[in-house]
Design a protein around this ligand. Structure first.
Ligand code: GDP
Length: 197
């Protein structure tokens, strides 16, 4: 049975891992620095406008937002990280929560890591790559806002990130993506669907 992306709905927000839905079925998590374009990507991939809130105030959302296609297939919007104005203590708490989620969640099938294609592989991004490699968690990187780059600059970023992945997480893959210019949406959706099924 294909996943019906049109049926994806907001299920709940969780401030703590204990508030997540039952750890059964399968889910794909989306993670990235604040402002990387995660909400826009979620909306584009699900094909639904305003599913996830596109925010102009990065760093505000500290909740894990859960969307579901049906009881056994979920998309998980993890809190954005790396926003400068967030106090260090809160940053550390987020990092611990995210790390615990990645370590413990049995229904997690894969991680979609979003990076602005103009500023890829910042320190915290690299942490996620390393964590997911250590946990042998499938990883797919979306290099977002690719419409902001020329064709050749886009290919150069793709090459650079792919070459870093060869050492950090050899099974991981990456692609260029633009929610606004509809670049790579089909490929990203296919990946999510393969993991969920
Ligand atoms: P989030 O904080 O990671 O959820 O990022 P948002 O989806 O809220 O987007 C952050 C900002 O980047 C917003 O101003 C969006 O309009 C913009 N943005 C998101 N996706 C794209 C894209 O594909 N192309 C361009 N040019 N801007 C984008």
């Amino acid at each position: 049975m294909p996943i019906d992306f049109q049926k994806i709905q907001f299920l709940k927000s969780a401030a703590m891992l204990t508030q997540l839905p039952q750890d059964t079925g399968s889910e794909v998590a989306f993670v990235g620095r604040s402002n990387a374009g995660k909400s826009s990507a979620l909306n584009a991939i699900a094909g639904i406008k305003k599913l996830a809130k596109v925010s102009n105030t990065p760093g505000r959302t500290q909740l894990i937002n859960i969307f579901q296609a049906d009881a056994q297939h979920r998309l998980v919007d993890l809190p954005g990280y790396g926003f400068a104005a967030v106090p260090q203590e809160i940053k550390l708490r987020w990092q611990q929560t995210l790390a615990a989620y990645l370590e413990e969640r049995a229904s997690l099938r894969g991680l979609i890591l979003l990076m602005d294609s103009r500023h890829p592989m910042k320190d915290l991004d690299e942490n996620f790559v390393v964590w997911s490699a250590r946990r042998q968690l499938p990883l797919y990187i979306l290099l977002t806002k690719a419409d902001k780059l020329s064709h050749s600059a886009g290919l150069e970023v793709l090459r650079k990130v792919a070459s870093m992945l060869e050492t950090l997480h050899p099974e991981a893959t990456c692609q260029l993506f633009s929610a606004t210019h509809k670049i790579g949406i089909r490929e990203a959706r296919d990946q999510v669907e393969r993991w969920l099924k």
